[in-house]
Write a protein that binds this ligand. Structure first.
Ligand code: TRP
Length: 331
């Protein structure tokens, strides 16, 4: 039996290079060795987008296209929509009884997000309790592993606490879930900020055109001391070299370029041209596959429907076990 991985994203925007190095490439690598479920978390997205349902709805298709174009194969991974599994919502309701308000308020991820969004005490209750809903996602599948960056670790901890409490009060239904840390945690934004993020406007999308990529790379900063081509340039802190370090597969060519740049005699445009070629080399096949898939959106929806039906069967079976343990299996 393969181990079960549960992972997913909120459908609030298109995926970008940060997602690619942080999570997508791992998912693509893992899809043969694990039973992988990839959730389009529309219910969770609504916890802070209740007044913007079309944003969530439209991004379900964008996310599915990004996944499949990047190399998630729906025959090997199950892609599904969270709201098509109402059993997850039911499980959330039972779990609500196992967590205290003060425990939720101590969740570092929630604390950060509350501050970021400036909620104060006007926080939507649904948002405050989304760690419990996320625990239901994870435990509803009896997932063994959840891939996570540092900011998702508190979510996994919360899921394990709920599982332990449930197992203690009722019956031992849930296995322990372990985080699966990716080697690459966070890609810097094109402006050098700590995170590539849509709201910071420093992203390169998987679906960006050649022109988009060119424009974004051309506006990256390099080394402010590198004024003339003949000046020696700095590689550290130079965003163009940072991205080359992450994405350029021709390591020898890159080392040679770094040496020549540091000696002086290499213009920023040459370095940027190289990065444009490297990024377009990565994104062109994704972009082309995405365009092809987008010609048959009904086909994509069918894949999500089938994935959701398969995922629902698993959660429904686990929920029956939960209800039996809770003595609410009346008929
Ligand atoms: N929290 C994830 C995000 O913000 C989405 C998500 C919801 C998720 N439920 C999950 C991820 C369960 C892993 C496991 O994108």
């Amino acid at each position: 039996m393969k181990k079960i991985i549960l992972t997913g994203d909120r459908p609030t925007g298109k995926l970008h290079l940060g997602h690619f190095v942080g999570s997508l490439s791992n998912r693509i690598r893992l899809q043969d060795d694990y039973d992988q479920f990839i959730m389009i978390a529309d219910v969770q997205a609504l916890t802070d987008n209740a007044d913007n349902p079309l944003k969530v709805r439209n991004n379900i298709m964008e996310l599915a296209l990004d996944y499949m174009a990047a190399g998630i194969d729906p025959k090997r991974s199950t892609i599904f929509i969270q709201s098509l599994i109402p059993e997850l919502a039911e499980l959330t309701v039972y779990f609500l009884n196992l967590v205290t308000l003060s425990r939720l308020q101590l969740n570092p991820t929630i604390k950060d997000e509350m501050k970021q969004k400036g909620y104060g005490s006007n926080i939507p209750v649904g948002f405050l309790v989304y760690p419990i809903s996320q625990a239901a996602d994870i435990l509803g599948f009896k997932a063994d592993l959840v891939p996570a960056g540092a900011d998702q670790l508190p979510m996994i901890e919360q899921a394990n606490e709920i599982a332990e409490k449930f197992n203690r009060i009722y019956e031992p239904v849930f296995p322990k879930v372990a985080p699966m840390m990716s080697d690459f945690s966070r890609l810097l934004g094109t402006d050098g900020q700590a995170k590539m993020s849509k709201s910071l406007g420093n992203v390169i999308y998987l679906s960006d055109s050649f022109e988009n990529i060119k424009e974004k790379v051309m506006s990256m900063y390099t080394d402010s001391g590198h004024l003339k081509v003949s000046d020696p340039g700095k590689v550290e802190g130079n965003m163009v070299f940072y991205y080359l370090d992450v994405f350029d597969k021709d390591r020898e060519g890159l080392e040679d370029l770094k040496n020549r740049y540091q000696k002086g005699g290499v213009g920023d445009v040459e370095v940027k041209r190289r990065l444009i070629a490297v990024l377009d080399g990565l994104l062109k096949p994704i972009r082309e596959k995405r365009e092809l898939l987008a010609q048959d959106k009904a086909g994509v929806m069918r894949i999500l429907e089938e994935g959701s039906a398969k995922a629902r069967d698993i959660v429904a079976k686990n929920l029956r076990e939960v209800k039996k343990a809770m003595k609410i299996d009346y008929i």
